[in-house]
Design a protein around this ligand. Structure first.
Ligand code: FAD
Length: 481
């Protein structure tokens, strides 16, 4: 088995009986039948099916010794491989307007990258990197991930010292001790998007100024490992808002975000990538090029999301005949500029890719880092433009049932525009609202700001990584001339 159908993925998940909590209750029975997960799991099943569909298969898979495998597992060796990888990501993203940040290819990319970089890891654990990739491919696994500690205290000097704490007071997940079978992890981690609805969880060290050995671990384990619990934030997809017309995005693409609790969880030796290893914990993202490979996926998706926003903005503006106004043109042109800048940065990263020490073709870092920093700032502005284009149209939003009322006083008539009948206009406006104003939409904005890390520290990382000497040298020579 290497390519699972959507049904096989859902059936397996339903049988896992993961410890998932929603609104104060444990999810019992089939998780795919729960209103919070039904929409997103149907969507994920569709994504799984795309890999088997004749129409998409050639674009989404590659042949490894005659066996079809997902491109996200392919080790990129050439620029062409990176292009295929980008196209596959974008094909999937297009089915959801780029609103699903953690489509399975995201963490597949991480597993592939870590495995390819196995010589970065201690020899004792290198075989675990191999088997992680083999297991992922063989079983077509999906993953959630957690890279962040809870927000207890973010001051630079803070850490939890065990000698100050009773065991019950531990907050951030830490290693307690070793046993013959592995290490014991106890405490909480943030913010596992899709937690509980994936086969496994990837845990990597939380980026922090303080890296104590008890936080310096990395591993994957099945989501139903004893002691692992997922607490979901309030879902945006519920039994009352699952109508496609009313909630075109929330009803299908709410990925759910979770707090993960590890209650004395045994991580078997064969699942560990490292532990008690501050040096590797501090450098794993940079040294293995994991950051760049994940960013390549993310920026590819963000381009599709910007196209989606552009399409909605222009459709809304045309529908009420406001494209003639200069400030509307200016706002839409800002979306166009964002799209073109993102594409240019991605192509520059792709075209200037080079092989790294582990034989993997890696996109050029600084354009990707620039794209990510730029988008963190731009995305909230783009949503603001859409709000100003839609104006009250993003508030006067009857639901589908309202169009079935008395035809003589019909909303179909009163809400019509130059180009659209009333129902179609409301459908379009509801799409704009769900992308940018509903609870789902607000989360999208917060996601684009934070999903890859704190924008302030990412901008600082770009500043530090950027080779500035040629420019300061030039100024030096310029002044001497
Ligand atoms: C919708 C969403 C989905 C997410 N999904 C995932 C996921 O699937 N897996 C995962 O692991 N994570 C996920 N994250 C978490 C994401 O990685 C973090 O939000 C991000 O790393 C920032 O960390 P934080 O939220 O804890 O913010 P904090 O670090 O607590 O920052 C809060 C504020 O304090 C400032 N601040 C804190 N420390 C410093 C400092 N040292 N220097 C300067 N300023 C500082 C920040 O700039 C910010 O303004 C998700 C986040 C969101 C919003």
């Amino acid at each position: 088995m290497t390519l699972l159908s959507g049904k096989q993925y859902i059936d397996r998940l339903d049988q896992m009986n993961n410890d998932v909590w929603v609104a104060g209750e444990r999810v019992r029975g089939k998780i795919s039948a729960h209103p919070a997960f039904k929409g997103i799991l149907n969507t994920k099943a569709h994504i799984y099916n795309m890999y088997l569909d004749k129409e998409y298969k050639a674009k989404l898979t590659y042949s490894n010794n005659g066996i079809d495998q997902k491109i996200s597992f392919q080790i990129p060796k050439t620029i062409k491989d990176l292009q295929k990888r980008r196209q596959a990501t974008q094909l999937i993203a297009r089915t959801n307007g780029g609103t699903i940040g953690r489509s399975p290819d995201y963490i597949h990319t991480a597993i592939m990258t870590l495995s390819q970089s196995k010589s970065f890891f201690d020899t004792r654990f290198q075989k675990n990197l191999n088997s992680a990739l083999e297991r992922a491919i063989e079983n077509d696994l999906s993953y959630t991930h957690s890279f962040v500690n809870p927000q207890t205290n973010r001051s630079t000097h803070y850490t939890e010292y065990l000698h100050d704490l009773k065991e019950g007071e531990i907050i951030a997940a830490r290693m307690l001790h070793e046993t013959e079978e592995g290490i014991i992890i106890h405490g909480a981690r943030l913010l596992a998007t899709q937690g509980g609805i994936t086969d496994e969880i990837l845990v990597l060290p939380a980026a922090s100024t303080i890296m104590e050995p008890w936080y310096a671990f990395a591993f994957t384990i099945p989501s139903n490992t004893k002691g692992v619990r997922f607490y979901c934030r309030e879902p945006y997809s519920t039994s009352t808002n699952n109508n496609l017309f009313n909630y075109p995005l929330s009803s299908r693409f709410d990925e759910i975000d979770t707090v993960v609790i590890f209650d004395h969880v045994l991580i078997p030796w064969e699942r560990i990538f490292f532990y008690n290893d501050c040096k590797r914990a501090k450098t794993v993202f940079q040294q293995t090029d994991l950051n760049m490979m994940l960013l390549f996926q993310a920026v590819s998706r963000q381009i599709i999301k910007t196209e989606f926003l552009l399409g909605i903005s222009e459709s809304l503006a045309s529908s009420i005949a406001i494209t003639q106004y200069q400030h509307i043109q200016e706002k839409i042109s800002e979306i166009i500029v964002t799209l073109e800048i993102m594409k240019a940065l991605l192509y520059r990263a792709e075209q200037n890719a080079s092989p790294n020490a582990y034989g993997m073709m890696v996109p050029l870092a600084t354009p990707l880092m620039s794209a990510s920093t730029f988008y963190q700032k731009m995305y909230p502005k783009l949503t603001d433009f859409l709000h100003q284009i839609g104006a009250s149209g993003l508030i006067s939003l009857p639901i589908e049932a309202d169009f079935e009322l008395d035809p003589t006083l019909s909303l179909e008539h009163y809400l019509r525009t130059q180009t659209l009948d009333g129902k179609r206009k409301v459908q379009l406006s509801r799409l704009a609202w769900d992308l940018t104003m509903s609870a789902f939409g607000s989360r999208q904005t917060q996601y684009e700001r934070y999903f890859f890390g704190d924008p302030i520290r990412l901008a600082s990382a770009l500043y530090q990584a950027y080779p500035k000497e040629p420019f300061t040298d030039h100024i030096h020579h310029f002044l001497k001339e």
